[in-house]
Design a binder for this molecule. Structure first.
Ligand code: KG4
Length: 344
């Protein structure tokens, strides 16, 4: 293995409730391991203290598996890239400390990665025997996850600007919090997607935010949904069970319309016609088809990555690490993680 013209990067992701490690050779993925944390389901959301402890337990086995499945030796690794933030501080500390220790023990460079930049760069991961089409610069990326909703202008691999973002809840939070109101387990987004498929998206109307520019807001929708359910249950205690599919389809439709409106606005304002989507919510089947339809109507190029690269994963951290390595961007060992940050 390992010759001078190739870089082998170990990526580490531990920003929330997934402990993940991946190996890439240049931009080609060799392995991608993710260990989720089922413990949070019992609490209806991620419990930060439990997440940190689970990361501590999982990190070494997950990295070990990533190295084994990549078919490389630990000596082949050229650098270690890790998520510095944003995310849960205790969770980030586990990945950061592991990466520092690994870099120090192996005497290799350390590379810090912004989690959000990683989500965008997931579009550039190549897979063996898959002929994927990568977005050309400049493009606009809609990043929708449990913690973020942003519209990002991507000029180059490491040159990105957030041109719109949520001022309160993220789109994933809107899905999950409304799902909780209906009594669904965490995370409720995928369940709303599932039930929505047999429902009428026009059955109910929910309030949409009136917010300027390219920013989003989802907290008003969450509140109006809560009151809507409360009032309907007062009339019919079985309202949710009787109308589950229609409620889910209407709620999903509202979230999609809110997201789409600003994507169209961003296209108008920038003149850019290449689009990409990233983050866990981009797994939503309604959002995927809405984006594809929008692209057809406007003659845009739309890039939707495979599911495994849309949710939290370490391959996206490794690919970001690869481009940072090429750019000579290395981290010092005295740096600390950050819980909140926008893209630089
Ligand atoms: O990017 P991600 O894996 O991690 C975090 O940001 O934590 O995103 C997770 C979010 C959750 O809110 C989850 O409910 C949402 O993505 N999600 C979905 C779907 N799959 C995941 N939301 C709607 N429909 C889906 N199919």
């Amino acid at each position: 293995m390992g010759n001078k013209s190739e870089l082998i990067i170990l990526g580490i992701e531990s920003s929330c409730d997934d402990t993940a490690a991946a190996i890439i050779r240049n931009d080609l993925i060799l392995s991608n391991q993710v260990s989720g944390q089922a413990i949070h389901m019992a609490y209806g959301g991620v419990v930060p203290e439990l997440a940190s402890r689970a990361h501590q337990q999982n990190i070494i086995p997950v990295v070990d598996l990533a190295i084994k499945n990549a078919g490389i030796s630990i000596d082949d690794i050229s650098a270690v890239a890790f998520t510095r933030g944003p995310g849960l501080l205790g969770s980030l500390l586990v990945g950061t400390s592991f990466a520092k220790g690994f870099a120090l023990a192996r005497n290799i460079p350390l590379i810090e990665v912004n989690h959000l930049q990683g989500h965008v760069l997931a579009h550039f991961i190549r897979e063996p025997s898959v002929d994927s089409k990568q977005p050309k610069f400049p493009f606009i990326c809609l990043l929708v996850s449990g913690g973020n909703s942003q519209i990002i202008l991507v000029r180059d691999y490491l040159d990105m600007e957030v041109i719109g973002q949520t001022i309160d809840d993220a789109a994933g939070e809107a899905f999950d919090k409304c799902a909780k109101v209906m009594g669904f387990p965490y995370p409720g987004g995928p369940l709303i997607d599932k039930f929505a498929q047999s429902g009428n998206p026009l059955a109910y109307k929910f309030s949409k935010p009136k917010i300027g520019g390219l920013d989003y807001s989802f907290s008003g929708l969450k509140t109006s949904f809560l009151y809507f359910i409360r009032d309907r249950i007062a009339e019919n205690p079985n309202f949710i069970v009787d109308n589950k599919a229609d409620i889910c389809a209407s709620l999903q439709e509202t979230i999609i319309q809110v997201l789409m409106t600003k994507v169209v606005k961003a296209a108008k304002e920038t003149g850019i016609t290449t689009f990409a989507v990233a983050g866990g919510v981009s797994a939503n089947s309604g959002l995927r088809s809405a984006l594809i339809d929008l692209a057809k109507v406007h003659n845009w190029e739309m890039h939707i990555p495979p599911f495994k690269f849309t949710t939290d994963n370490a391959a996206m951290i490794a690919i970001a690490g690869y481009y940072k390595y090429l750019n000579g961007e290395f981290a010092s060992h005295d740096m600390v993680p950050y819980s909140r940050v926008t893209m630089k």
